[in-house]
Design a protein around this ligand. Structure first.
Ligand SMILES: [Zn+2]
Ligand SMILES: [Zn+2]
Length: 310
């Protein structure tokens, strides 16, 4: 089973509450690759509470340098050092976050036992995070429309075609593992004087994507960037009665998020970065607002886990 898990470790915006910690989302795929999107303060406690190994993180992608999205990093670095990590850690971030991280490393003077690779991003771009067994995962970024320099991210898995045994049976084809490998490589093989095409006996290749806006006001770049996301995780700081305030501060309302989901053809919309003014079930106000525009919506809660089978 190929599963991608999205684990919401912090879903508040700006300040923490008893119910919601500061922004951080763990994305974990079936290959065991673990990526954190933002790293708000308190993330270690949230991971421990939810039985997520602190040592498991491969990559941290930070949307921008506002404290609610980055202040959990020094603590996690300290823990990784104390636990004698040797695996490299990659941090992808804007130049301001990069400055912050370099300062922290300099001031704390920790003799790290593992390489910390900081990749400073600007403009639009992408980075292949891994390619293995014909599957790959690439992280794309583009500037968001926030009050300071910030980035939205899109994770795109490209999955190699998968042979379907039932389709082979239907065509009365019985081939060895080596022949299957040849079929995957060449796209066709000859079997008992018949040409068997890969497309006749397989599903895919396919693409699956998860987009995360970070903090952003609505803007036209957003819709084209998150196009056809299987999951769109969107800033939903306020409801539409506070639209002016949201936009002024570089944030979105639940209604804005729903419009982006609808206009981009995205499948599942998850609302996050919830203002502290929505306590408990008051956050359902945001859900109900978004549902008027897009029918597949969830409002995120701390500890919520979404599993996609791909
Ligand atoms: Zn924020
Ligand atoms: Zn911000």
């Amino acid at each position: 089973m190929r599963n991608i898990e999205i684990f919401f470790l912090g879903t508040s915006g700006g300040m923490p509450t008893q119910e919601r910690a500061l922004p951080s989302i763990l994305v974990k795929d079936w290959k065991g690759f673990n990526l954190l999107l933002d790293i708000g303060e308190g993330v270690q406690y949230r991971m421990l509470k939810n039985n997520v190994s602190l040592a498991s993180i491969d990559v941290i992608a930070i949307t921008h340098s506002h404290g609610d999205h980055i202040n959990g990093l020094p603590g996690l670095l300290q823990t990784l050092y104390m636990s004698k990590r040797t695996r490299p850690l990659t941090i992808i971030c804007d130049r301001w976050s990069s400055e912050f991280i370099k300062e922290v490393l300099e001031v704390e003077r920790i003799p790290f036992t593992f390489p910390i690779k900081i990749i400073e991003i600007s403009g639009e771009g992408f980075l292949e995070l891994y390619s293995s067994g014909g599957d790959s995962l690439t992280l794309y970024w583009r500037p968001s429309c926030h009050s300071i320099e910030g980035y939205m991210y899109k994770l795109v898995w490209k999955l190699r075609p998968r042979i379907d045994v039932n389709m082979l049976r239907k065509l009365k084809v019985a081939i060895s593992g080596n022949a299957i490998r040849e079929l995957l490589e060449k796209g066709e093989i000859t079997y008992k004087d018949r040409v068997i095409k890969l497309t006749d006996v397989s599903h895919g290749p396919k693409e699956v994507s998860i987009s995360y806006t970070g903090d952003t006001a609505p803007c036209k770049e957003l819709v084209s960037f998150v196009q056809m996301s299987r999951v769109l995780i969107h800033d939903s700081t306020f409801d539409s009665s506070l639209a002016e305030k949201a936009h002024e501060r570089g944030h979105s309302t639940a209604l804005d998020a729903a419009n982006v989901a609808k206009n981009s053809g995205s499948y599942l919309l998850i609302l996050t970065h919830i203002s502290t003014r929505y306590k408990g079930s008051e956050a359902l106000k945001l859900l109900n607002e978004a549902k008027k525009i897009h029918n597949n919506v969830i409002v995120a809660w701390d500890g919520m886990k979404i599993t996609l089978t791909v």
